[in-house]
Ligand binder design. Structure first.
Ligand SMILES: [Zn+2]
Length: 340
């Protein structure tokens, strides 16, 4: 895989082109990403840069083809590789979120200092300005991963666990790539000081410690997503049981592989005997809801009914309630089924 973390610096001031709908959508996503991990200051900074027209997307060529973004050292505009406006994946939002944090550091550096730093770099003495940018990207990556770990540990439903687990996997992957890329780039830019990074307890940590953390985060993501997924994939099947607590009879349905549900209900009720059809669906948290319709044979003749049913899948089957219309006239009650 080609890594896209090498950040260049342009000395030419070119006019920025207006953003396309896709490019605006991508920046909206990055703003939402920042907010979702509690980085509201970064979301506000990005919104401000867009308002000031300091950000554009550009097709990079030549040496810059694998660059993620470039900050112009004189007018402080940021140009993002237009390849990044093409694919709306969480991984891209994280990659851009970390890169823009790096570029923000360059925005705050004076153009003279940037030139001085480059001269030192060419002399083989490292590059402090680049170190600052990379350190910021790495720090944001760690903060994102830690925040997602916390969100995942507190997730209540299978749906949340799957979504957050997949986000953590993407974010930890992005951070790990950045750390590995730094291990290549440091040959040019120079090693970080041993006091560059601290954990939440104030202990100093280095790039190797963080690489370990990124691996732990990837494992945690897998530990959550796999059981949550396997629970969901165990839903389809045949469920057979009874209607009770009001109308009495049989209650049966099948959950198909696409989580749609079809079934039937039949039995007796104080108004007569009834027969109905069920349809509906199950969500990833195992909640069922759907419609029921059918006919009831009363002493006055055959009447139609229509209503709803709902319930929850359990370890061994499912249970819930149903109602075919006004209580006292139409059948209603609870239901319980076992998975065959
Ligand atoms: Zn840089």
């Amino acid at each position: 895989m080609k890594h896209l973390w090498i950040i260049g610096l342009l000395f030419l001031t070119l006019p920025l082109s207006a953003l396309t709908a896709e490019e605006n959508k991508m920046l909206d996503k990055v703003e939402l990403f920042y907010k979702s991990v509690g980085m509201n200051d970064k979301a506000a900074w990005l919104a401000k840069q867009r308002q000031l027209k300091k950000i554009s997307f550009e097709k990079f060529t030549g040496d810059e083809v694998s660059t993620t973004a470039i900050t112009d050292s004189s007018d402080k505009t940021i140009r993002i590789n237009s390849n990044y406006a093409k694919s709306f994946t969480y991984r891209n939002y994280v990659d851009l979120g970390l890169t823009l944090g790096h570029e923000k550091v360059h925005q705050d550096q004076s153009s003279l200092a940037v030139i001085a730093a480059r001269c030192k770099q060419f002399g083989g003495y490292g590059n402090k300005d680049e170190q600052e940018g990379w350190a910021e990207g790495i720090k944001i990556g760690r903060d994102v991963v830690m925040k997602l770990r916390k969100q995942l540990a507190n997730a209540k439903s299978s749906r949340e666990k799957i979504i957050l687990g997949k986000r953590l996997e993407q974010a930890a992957g992005s951070w790990q790539t950045l750390l590995n890329d730094w291990n290549v780039q440091k040959k040019e830019y120079g090693e970080f000081s041993s006091q560059q990074f601290q954990d939440a307890d104030g202990m100093f940590i280095d790039v190797d410690d963080m690489l370990k953390e990124s691996k732990q985060a990837l494992k945690m993501a897998k530990d959550y997503v796999v059981p949550a997924n396997s629970m969901v994939s165990s839903y389809p099947g045949k469920y057979r049981g009874k209607a009770l607590g009001g109308a009495v009879g049989s209650f049966n349905f099948d959950v198909r592989s696409d989580y749609s549900v079809v079934g039937s209900v039949s039995g007796t009720h104080k108004m007569g005997s009834f027969k109905g059809t069920l349809d509906g669906g199950v969500n990833v948290d195992g909640l069922i809801s759907g419609q029921v319709w059918g006919t009831i044979q009363t002493k006055y003749g055959v009447e139609k009914f229509a209503g709803s049913w709902s319930g929850r899948l359990t370890k061994t089957g499912a249970q819930g309630k149903w109602s075919a219309g006004a209580e006292g006239v139409y059948p209603s009650g609870s239901w319980v089924v076992n998975k065959l």
